[in-house]
Design a protein around this ligand. Structure first.
Ligand code: WT7
Length: 646
């Protein structure tokens, strides 16, 4: 299955009933460019604004005049958009299908029930003193309460910060502290792949380092967890004492909706801030267009709500569109590697959206576990998070999709709020491995290292020359960092941090990060973060971390470690360092390879030459480039000779 066509044309029958066919796509791209105000004002009617915006777009990426504002004077509420406005037509329709880690556990929540649950959670938050503008940290497993909590915050105008349940107490503490959350919503425990995740215990540990006044605890497994008097609140008890009705706070379009922490090339993770109107519009519009979504279809995005993909395509996009979203607590290989497809069959999933890393892991198990299921409800497949290699694309297409389903390879980022580059199922010819074309209103530019625009079929760095409504609005607590990170490298443009190729047809192929960010199983990790964690260990003098190609994860984490004088390098220490990074950050940051490095390649001014470290990690030893500027070129020979597996 390694070979197959390079192009898959649009099925005309699909084009005929799609939200956007090719002609409409081209017309929309022109209209968005030439008459943006009219274009976006018309599109914004998809939301049920309390007060429709008259000021549509106010954007400048210039240093001395920097501003990004969309639908500025519009007033709305995200919980109203995602819940209340659907009640007249869909009170008894399913909003959320929940599938537990254990295949015996599943539940359907109607829009009517969702309304009551969100209101109850909102009233519990209010009773705990949470008001408009306050931050609330959500540290929950993939259970419906995670969606209730997000929508409850939105309902009362509180700003949520969801922290992935796989992050360590230390990472959680840093995120609670950074945004000044006074309330944390968690569960007794989570369960993934049959293993318990001690969420409440992690919160207790985090709160020895950060401060919060209240911890609201949802009972999920029912395990006995210690509750601290005066701080911890049992959710069920609190919810029983409040009304299941709560008014929606009128919010300005530019009021913050949420903060989501993400890794960058330097420093601590930054709090990416999204606002109410532009973000929700983008989540909703892209969900409809990219997945050609219609209410009634069961939509399943496998991402955790702790990542932006879960925000936009488990919760906000599908619910804003009055859809049915499937929320899965478990993992693809539990109890068996057929699990995804069994869930598809059980709940008649029509649209399935996952990450290339999951596809590659399942591909390794062969066709049998897929073929044991029917998958006849499926109408569309999608991928996100990292480049998909054509081999995995073809397996997804042929084996999972029986050769009959389009695949949308969606490129976007935490910062972009929703998809920016993707095929549209009724409009775009597919090419395995290419995210193909920008959505209407998305103005891409490929530049060289100096920022000169490159035209035609070229490779370079990917920028955007204009804003789109779903763009992030700031780094929480650090406005300067927002500008410096994204707008200072290539003045007047937003720099994505990604490398990209454009082919002869104008299709885009994302090649991966060009900064010190690595993409491990579709999750972003800053090399600097892993280095900081390593040097906190008492045995470590210095560390340098780079990515390397990994068959399943896309990229793995390769750490060069210099030990303190007199410390012996051995297997026990290696294991100890991996465990240490897991404790500091979380399992997703576990180094795959640790190489003992008596010295690191540095310039005479002391700068580590990562380019060389990357080549050694990639096993590109014939092509190390110029090492003559190194303070001690001998260091490189030593690292090459002692490369693990060399
Ligand atoms: C980075 C953003 C977008 C939600 C999940 C990740 C990489 C994302 C693709 C794709 C190639 C992709 C990029 C991007 N990426 N989607 N379809 N093809 N690369 O969000 O953690 O903010 O990471 O993921 O490198 O910059 P994120």
């Amino acid at each position: 299955m390694t070979s197959g066509p390079d192009r898959y044309p649009v099925d005309p029958a699909r084009a005929a009933r799609a939200h956007m066919d090719r002609a409409a796509h081209e017309a929309a791209a022109i209209a968005a460019r030439e008459t943006p105000e009219a274009f976006w004002a018309e599109r914004a009617k998809r939301l049920d604004w309390f007060s429709f915006p008259t000021r549509i777009k106010d954007v400048s990426f210039a240093k001395d005049d920097f501003r990004i504002r969309w639908f500025e004077d519009g007033v709305l509420n995200v919980a109203h958009e995602c819940v209340d406005r659907h009640l007249p037509a869909r009170r008894d329709e399913t909003a959320i299908i929940w599938e537990g880690d254990d295949p015996k556990d599943s539940r359907r929540i109607t829009y009517g029930e969702l309304h009551a649950e969100v209101c109850r959670m909102a009233n519990v938050l209010k009773a705990q003193g949470v008001a408009k503008g306050d931050r609330v940290t959500i540290y929950l497993p993939m259970i419906p309460e995670a969606a209730y909590a997000m929508l409850a915050c939105a309902r009362i105008g509180a700003i949520h910060s969801v922290v992935f349940g796989g992050f360590s107490p230390d990472s959680l503490a840093g995120r609670i502290e950074d945004c000044g959350s006074k309330v944390v919503i968690t569960a007794d425990q989570g369960v993934r792949g049959g293993k318990v995740v001690p969420l409440k215990a992690n919160v207790d540990a985090a709160l020895t380092k950060a401060e919060a006044d209240r911890v609201i605890v949802v009972r999920h497994t029912g395990a006995d967890v210690p509750m601290r008097d005066g701080r911890d609140v049992d959710y069920a008890t609190a919810a029983a004492g409040v009304s299941d009705d709560c008014p929606c706070e009128p919010m300005n379009a530019e009021d913050p909706l949420f903060i989501l922490y993400t890794s960058g090339s330097t420093g601590k993770p930054k709090g990416v801030m999204h606002t109410t109107g532009g973000y929700l519009f983008w989540a909703s519009w892209t969900h409809e267009l990219v997945f050609d979504y219609r209410p009634g279809q069961v939509f399943w995005c496998t991402a955790d709500v702790g990542w932006v993909t879960g925000h936009s395509y488990v919760v906000y996009g599908p619910l804003a569109n009055g859809g049915t979203t499937l929320m899965f607590e478990g993992v693809p290989n539990h109890p068996t590697v057929s699990r995804f497809w069994e869930v598809v069959d059980r709940h008649r999933v029509e649209i399935f959206y996952t990450a290339p890393t999951a596809i590659r892991a399942l591909m390794r198990e062969g066709e049998g576990p897929v073929k044991a299921t029917r998958r006849d409800s499926l109408k569309l497949l999608g991928t996100v998070g990292e480049p998909i290699n054509p081999e995995a694309w073809r397996w997804y297409h042929e084996v999972v999709g029986e050769g009959r389903l389009p695949i949308v390879d969606t490129w976007w980022q935490t910062e972009t709020g929703g998809v920016l580059v993707s095929p549209l199922p009724g409009a775009t010819e597919l090419k395995p491995g290419s995210a193909t074309k920008p959505l209407p209103g998305v103005e891409l530019q490929i530049v060289d290292a100096e920022g000169h625009e490159l035209t035609g079929a070229v490779s370079g760095n990917l920028c955007l020359t204009d804003s789109w409504p779903g763009q992030m609005r700031g780094v929480w607590g650090d406005p300067q960092r927002f500008f410096d990170t994204y707008f200072s490298t290539y003045p007047g443009r937003y720099f994505t941090g990604d490398g990209c190729r454009r082919d002869e047809d104008g299709d885009y192929w994302i090649t991966g990060r060009v900064d010190d960010v690595i993409n491990v199983s579709g999750h972003r990790m800053g090399t600097a973060e892993v280095e900081s964690a390593l040097v906190l260990h008492e045995a470590v003098a210095e560390a340098a971390v780079v990515g390397f190609p990994h068959d399943i994860k896309g990229q793995g984490i390769y750490a060069y470690v210099t030990l303190k004088a007199g410390v012996e390098a051995n297997e026990d220490l290696r294991r100890d360092l991996v465990a240490h990074v897991r404790t500091e950050i979380g399992p997703i940051a576990s180094p795959d390879v640790i190489q003992w490095a008596p010295g690191l390649p540095k310039t005479r001014s002391g700068k580590i030459m990562r380019r060389i470290l990357r080549k050694i990690a990639e096993n590109e030893l014939s092509n190390l480039g110029d090492t003559s500027t190194l303070a001690d070129p001998g260091v490189v020979d030593e690292l090459v000779a002692n490369r693990p597996g060399a």
